[in-house]
Design a protein around this ligand. Structure first.
Ligand code: HEM
Length: 138
């Protein structure tokens, strides 16, 4: 990611914080399960805790975006847990498009082509690190 893209993601996250976290995360999961109903069974029946965990993790990642290396351990651990949940490489594109769709709806006219490219790059970096670190024992 370029430093301009990092700034764009951080600025748009500031705008997104005006939307209720529950609404944002609820929209994301609704879109994900609407498009890919087969994924629903991977998640717990009650999603309340899941909502908060996903939101907090996104907030932490955006906060430390200029130095994702400092987040290495968290990403490695998260990747391993995802491996255990049955997450496979093909799933990352599904989650990525539901996430970008949600951000687009939430940001409205602030979702510019540059902001879209910045979030695409951001998710791309993260998904790549998750997949590298999720596979295999070390
Ligand atoms: C970069 C992308 C992703 C991020 C940042 C992310 C983040 C999270 C976080 C923070 C949790 C809470 C539990 C934990 O930390 O282990 C979680 C749980 C979960 N994620 Fe992800 N996730 C990502 C991609 C995916 C993908 C592609 C899938 C595939 C469908 C997925 C499926 C799940 C499932 C099934 C759980 C919960 C399992 C349970 O509680 O039983 N995630 N995710």
């Amino acid at each position: 990611m370029t430093s301009t893209q990092i700034t764009l993601v951080k600025n748009s996250w500031r705008l997104l914080r005006q939307v209720s976290p529950e609404l944002l995360v609820d929209t994301f999961y609704s879109k994900l399960f609407f498009d890919h109903p087969e994924l629903r069974r991977m998640f717990p029946k009650k999603m309340d805790e899941q909502y908060q965990k996903l939101y907090d993790m996104l907030a932490a990642i955006v906060h430390r975006l200029e130095n994702l290396e400092s987040f290495r351990q968290e990403i490695t651990d998260m990747a391993r847990r995802h491996d255990g949940y049955g997450v496979r490489p093909g799933h990352y594109a599904m989650v990525g498009s539901a996430l970008l769709w949600t951000l687009e709806k939430a940001l409205g006219t602030d979702w510019t082509a540059e902001t879209a490219a910045a979030w695409t790059a951001c998710y791309g970096v993260l998904a790549e690190q998750m997949q590298v670190r999720g596979a295999g024992p070390v």
